[in-house]
Design a protein around this ligand. Structure first.
Ligand SMILES: [Mg+2]
Length: 135
């Protein structure tokens, strides 16, 4: 499982959803949390973290956001050689589920359908970690 010190970037355009994710992650033992409200902001944070040698170990991103969507963020991330295997968990709504194939083709690590709950988040984190470590 991801070590407790893992830097996790939470990306969602809704503050209350970011707060909920932070609360769940803290309860699961994660304290090194960063947040962004859209894909562009997330990309900026990823680059800043990389240049500061404070690499982000997991991105949890909403799909539907203004400025830059989660799918677009995923595609941009995967274009960077260092981030080809960066764990990336995408949040979708039931109506977006049919489009998940696009995210799979863009090499998403896993996805989670909203509304989210702590138990499912934990299970998804475990799966993403296993995928990242076992390839
Ligand atoms: Mg959204």
């Amino acid at each position: 499982m991801f070590p407790p010190s893992t830097r996790i970037l939470i990306v969602d355009d809704i503050q209350s959803l970011r707060d909920l994710l932070k609360a769940y992650l803290r309860r699961l033992g994660y304290w090194n949390l960063l947040e962004a409200q859209d894909g562009q902001e997330a990309l900026d944070i990823l680059w800043q973290a990389q240049s500061a040698k404070e690499e982000i170990g997991l991105v949890i991103s909403d799909w539907n956001m203004p400025v830059m969507t989660g799918l677009e963020l995923l595609k941009r991330v995967r274009m960077v050689p260092d981030w080809k295997n960066l764990p990336f968990l995408l949040l979708t709504t039931e109506s977006e589920k049919a489009r998940v194939v696009q995210a799979v083709q863009a090499h998403v690590s896993n996805y989670m359908v909203k509304p989210i709950d702590e138990a499912t988040l934990k299970e998804k984190l475990f799966k993403v970690w296993e995928k990242a470590t076992k390839g």
